[in-house]
Design a protein around this ligand. Structure first.
Ligand code: 6R9
Length: 635
């Protein structure tokens, strides 16, 4: 038991050392004592990072929903599992107990099976943050179908790409969604997407906004009548620990999104264990993560991690600014939230507003404040700490990725002393390494390098759907025998880590990872565009914003530039979604390129950030004259 809940720093170091010295025994004990298995494993771990091949709890059988639901029923059946807080506060919250959630998941599971979904089939879920989203995710897991949740802010093109990449046979969506004052026509977006998705046989539609929608005969079905008729019990399908639990897409350096595949066994153990410790969750606490389930943070720390611990988890449908800037704090007061987990971009946006929006509410229930998604700057950290936390709630700056499944570097609150902007120490079982560009590990402290992980942890993604080679090339080829994260980090004099940001072509805007390539592809599809390059530049609220350098075909003179800028952003919205829109678009005669034809983004980044005093080494530049011209006309 003692290993499951870390209570002080000495214990952290002791358990950490054990977890590194003998990972198999360590994780075996955690898995054995805290989870329900239908059959135990033959071997705790097999791995080879060169292939790469990683297997945890080999040949074990389980169902994650039995761990998240059934096993709580004898002791927590009337405990609230999910508090649903709707977009409009006047609508009133819903409190779903473990018993009710179990029943709803079972009914949904029966509906899915009735509609022909089988173990191993892929189901695309494109839903707003309403209870049905959590219910559907769990129902897929219960029947062994692989869910692929697509964030409901993605465009129809982005949705279609993701549906086709993993051959989903079913899509679950809603008529519409609410976001603040806006109403979004989700079903309409699905209809357009499905014109390109011949493999989809069935669309189940949840009613949320009650708007008029088109229902395609033989394909589209309203969900509620099916649920009303469904049986309220469904016996779990036994899964192998290494069977895929879900696919979740993340952006990469090339155009195509990567469908990261997570396993049933290792993912469960890792998300549950990290949740318990990093949020110091105690029975009867109310925990709230403001992420969307469309991202990994929502998968691991709204649904699976909390429910595996029998926690009460809040699901919020709306946005932080509606009906006003006090909404988050209103919800904290209303539900007496004890652990609050959000993104730096939300903190920065709210910190800009009147202090009064926070002060109005009683936030004394808060015990832990979490942040995730991008580096948090010092000002935002202090505001979070002082204004929201009243200097009483430790901040956990949690570094991790879609690929890692769960939190990797983070303080444990009340255990690890915190420093602003530092993710501090590796979590139990995590073995980080900093590498130089030549591929050597940089030992010692007060160093900076590329962040790698040397040893597998149970939550690591096992592959990229349909493209194992890309999985190897992206994560295991840069450094021998190591998982490469794509991030840079420094390790200070006491061994604390500070994440300094991406070292590849991924830009994090408002906490969303955006690859430069898909955005450039979208821009280049505009008929007036010849070529383009995207870079990030610092932004007060979003962390980074996007700056596009665009070369036009000859029509240039005759077109109104602002009109063209609008069209380009429209193109991006259609192809990817509004989150990828550019803040600045500069029309340029050429792009700085190396002799081998690669765009020198480093130079463009400097121009976009207005930091052109020292351009660094430009000796390999093919066309230096272009740089001067771009600089002279920079926005
Ligand atoms: C969980 C999640 C992963 C990338 C990651 C890094 C950045 C996440 C961070 C952080 C600094 C933190 N990132 N947490 N950077 N400090 N606490 O966000 O997954 O969407 O895949 O993003 O986000 O750059 O590599 P994902």
């Amino acid at each position: 038991m003692s290993n499951y809940f870390i209570k002080n720093l000495e214990e952290y170091f002791q358990v950490y050392r054990r977890s590194v010295r003998d990972p198999e025994t360590f994780w075996e004990e955690i898995a054995e004592e805290h989870f329900l298995w239908r059959k135990k494993w033959d071997k705790v771990l097999s791995w080879d990072f060169t292939k790469p091949e990683i297997r945890w709890f080999e040949n074990a059988k389980l169902n994650i929903t039995e761990n998240c639901l059934d096993r709580h029923l004898p002791i927590r059946k009337n405990k609230t599992a999910i508090i649903f807080e709707p977009n409009n506060p006047k609508e009133g919250a819903q409190y779903i107990t473990y018993k009710e959630l179990h029943e709803r998941v079972c009914k949904m599971a029966n509906v899915l099976v009735d509609k022909g979904v089988q173990k191993g089939d892929r189901v695309c879920i494109y839903l707003p943050m309403i209870p049905e989203l959590a219910v559907t995710v769990l129902a897929c897991a219960r029947i062994g179908a692989i869910h692929s949740v697509v964030f409901a802010g993605f465009s129809s093109t982005a949705l279609a790409t993701r549906i086709n990449d993993c051959d989903c046979k079913m899509v679950i969506t809603s008529d519409g969604s609410y976001r603040g004052k806006k109403q979004i026509d989700l079903k309409g977006i699905v209809d357009i997407a499905l014109e390109e998705c011949p493999g989809v046989e069935t669309v189940l539609v949840v009613k949320r906004t009650g708007t008029n929608i088109k229902m395609k005969e033989g394909r589209d079905v309203l969900l509620q009548p099916l649920l009303d008729k469904a049986d309220s019990y469904f016996e779990v399908v036994k899964m192998d620990a290494e069977d895929p639990l879900f696919i979740l897409y993340t952006s990469g350096s090339t155009g195509k999104p990567k469908g990261m595949v997570h396993s049933c066994g290792g993912y469960m153990v890792y998300t549950a264990y990290t949740f318990k410790n990093i949020f110091q969750y105690r029975e009867n606490d109310v925990y709230w993560c403001t992420a969307d389930i469309g991202w990994i943070t929502g998968h691991s720390y709204i649904v699976y991690g909390p429910l595996a611990n029998g926690a009460t988890t809040v699901m919020f449908e709306g946005v932080p600014t509606y009906p006003d800037f006090g909404r988050f704090w209103h919800i904290v007061e209303k539900h007496k939230v004890n652990q609050f987990y959000t993104a730096p971009t939300a903190i920065r946006a709210l910190a800009k507003e009147n202090y009064e929006y926070v002060e109005r509410y009683d936030l004394s229930s808060l015990k832990v404040l979490g942040t995730v998604g991008e580096p948090i700057n010092e000002d935002a950290w202090h505001w979070y700490n002082n204004v929201v936390g009243n200097d009483q709630s430790p901040i956990v700056d949690t570094w991790w990725q879609t690929e890692t499944g769960g939190i990797m570097i983070s303080p444990i609150p009340y255990v690890t002393p915190t420093i602003p902007t530092y993710a501090t120490l590796p979590f139990i079982g995590v073995q980080p390494a900093l590498m130089d560009e030549e591929g050597n590990e940089i030992k010692g402290n007060q160093v900076h390098g590329r962040l790698c992980i040397k040893f597998p942890w149970p939550g690591i993604a096992r592959t990229i759907w349909g493209n194992h080679e890309r999985y190897r090339d992206t994560y295991f080829a840069a450094y021998e025998n190591k998982y490469f994260t794509g991030d840079g980090a420094l390790r200070d004099e006491v061994g604390y880590y500070r994440i300094t940001g991406r070292v590849d072509d991924v830009i994090i805007v408002s906490g969303h990872n955006l690859g430069t390539a898909p955005i450039e592809d979208a821009i280049n599809e505009h008929h007036a565009v010849a070529e383009s390059a995207i870079v990030g530049f610092p932004h007060d609220i979003k962390g980074n914003a996007l700056y596009g350098f665009v070369i036009l075909k000859e029509e240039r003179e005759s077109r109104d530039s602002n009109e063209l800028r609008k069209e380009i952003n429209q193109q991006i919205t259609e192809q990817i979604g509004p989150i990828a829109k550019l803040d600045k678009i500069q029309f340029v005669p050429g792009l700085p390129k190396t002799r081998s034809g690669k765009i020198m983004r480093r130079i463009l980044r400097k121009i976009a950030s207005n930091d052109t005093d020292n351009m660094g080494d430009i000796s390999t530049l093919l066309n230096p004259e272009v740089v001067q011209e771009i600089m002279d006309n920079a926005l």
